[in-house]
Design a protein around this ligand. Sequence first.
Ligand SMILES: [Mn+2]
Length: 341
Amino acid sequence: MSFDADAAAAPGSGIFGLPFTREQARVVLLPVAFDATTSYRPGTADGPGAVRRASMQVDLYDRAFGRVYEQGIYMEEEDPAVRQLSKDAAEAARPVIETGGAEPDNLRHEKALTIVAKACERLNEFVYDHTRGVLEDGKIPGLVGGEHSVPFGAIRAIAEAHPGVGILHIDAHMDLREAFEGFMWSHASIMHNVITRIEGVAKLVQVGIRDFGERELAMAKEHKDRIKVYFDEDIAWERERGGDYADLCRKIIRKLPEKVYISFDIDGLDPKLCPHTGTPVPGGLSFHQAAWLLEMLRESGKQVVGFDLVEVAPGPDNEPEWDANVGARVLYKLCGAAGPE
Ligand SMILES: [Mn+2]
């Protein structure tokens, strides 16, 4: 292969400028251009395309993870049916979102909720089938969203293939709402749905949490054998007191079982790293803190069996694609964390 990892990406090359086919790749990325239930600010449907474009600028040698690309990384083409499904569902959802959520006894709202739920269920099946296929081929599935509702099908397939798996969940939000604005498959409900519907997930370890409702907190407490929360505020406070971040990472990683799926919501990071994401919250992890956590996870010898990167939203047309630039670099680190022994 005449591929030069230090050269600029060749035109027509794959994600990160790489030359691999799906067969040659160990990591298979699925772009999911779906953002039907985004409540505050839409745009994550354009995330996968923007991340792919921005990935061409990522240097392929990573000081911590080495030659991440050598395992082979391939990104599937976007499925236009997914984008259409997202558009149709978002249109149905709009009147509900505009009134601040579904009203009881409002038949129009009820109908809209049904349309959105059906679209989300179809998406879940699509993602599940794809992820199963990747796992059956002995490869590592990675998903690039889209809003945070999209990995449900992937996590279901992962939990079937690797029962007892744990989720390392980096996010500003707990995403433990039973439903949000009436939408049961809302981006704000992904981990509620995982905990209540996917038995194979033994553990959910949340990091960077700083925006949540009282009922979400109650749910985390109720399931304290399965859910462990590391609040952003505590991490920041520890840092101000001169605490050892590496020590904290070790504690976080110890809470996880041997097999780990990483669900990385970009809004877990400081919003200056993701200014256009759907629901930005002040505070958050620095890029290095997130990277160190991933590096220490890899060093721990635990096995990353899949991952997602969600809620990356590029800015309006004429702005530089800063969010996608950061997203592409996080994605490369995720591929590094999932690298072979
Ligand atoms: Mn979030």
